[in-house]
Write a protein that binds this ligand. Sequence first.
Ligand code: SAH
Ligand code: SF4
Length: 350
Amino acid sequence: MIDPAVLRQTIAELGQPSYRATQVYRALTKGLVTDFAAVAVLPRDVRATLAERLQPLSLSPVETFVTSTGDARKTLFQTHDGHAVEAVLMVYRQRATVCVSSQVGCSVGCAFCASGSDGLKRSLSAEEMVDQVLHFARGLRDLGRRVTNVVFMGMGEPFLNYDETLRACRLLCDPEGFGLGARGVSISTAGVEPAVRRFTAEESQINLAVSLHAATDALRDRLVPLNRRYPLDVLFAACADYVTRRRRKLFFEYVVLAGVNDGDDQVRALAGRLGRPLYHLNLIAYNETGGEFSRPEPRELAALYDQLTAAGVTCTVRRSPGGEIEAACGQLALARVRRPATWPARPDQT
Ligand code: SAH
Ligand code: SF4
């Protein structure tokens, strides 16, 4: 993907009419081309000059890993400056969701997450985020399917890369380009309060999720270090303002760590904070990242769900496919597992 402003400027420098820039933009985003030679509407010499001056892809796919059932695949990409970036495609009967990374590494350093264990290398550009989606869209197109959902839940904290993340959303949702519906897009934040407020002011249909993981400051300070900067009262004031002003559902993510954040104290605190309309809690079983925490048993998870529901919290238990290839939540950047990366022959069975 090329920054549309750079594309327009290059076309102008070549003395070409501006509609040529639109043609190239459409070819890249709707036509999913990866090579200017394939943009047949362009004069041959323009194609050749563009190929000399611009690189249609901001990321090169290096390796793909796929689960035995084919329901999740993870691609490892390389940036032009040599960083590794990962994105995951999850294929369901009706939906196909791409989980996008917004940064290389993460500066937040949550206690249970592999992405933050090495700190932040750099933020990704909007083009680098869009290219993760376009990559999977090409494979899906060959199966007669398309990307229906994009979630910013890969590596990195999207609200510490706010401008580029929102620019990526606008590019993906541009009806003249890739044309994804904004309602199919979700951004997940560890709770950057000023960015939640800024997002509230945006006129967008994009969904917001807040990674909570604890409902008391003492525990959340430990699990999500960002809580020391934006404690729960501050964060929840911004959350309440979001649902009041936008009248949209707000999702809270809760990675369940056995014996750590699933006790009665947290259930009570969660009920106190979340028992209001438009708040929805997603319980996610912790995926092993080699640390001090352990995954809850399914019955423990079910018990927690029952307790919360009884206490008036609207919640669901979220399935996180891709554990087998270390593509599940929080596992990106872990040691790699190799598997043959062929597309499933029968898309209706995925
Ligand atoms: N930085 C953002 C978005 C990326 S993380 C955020 O924290 O919201 C996306 C989701 O994966 C978050 O809800 C995060 O808490 C969760 N996650 C991180 N590590 C996990 C793990 N080991 N097991 C399960 N979920 C995890
Ligand atoms: Fe960063 Fe999110 Fe992982 Fe926390 S959970 S370290 S914010 S990617």
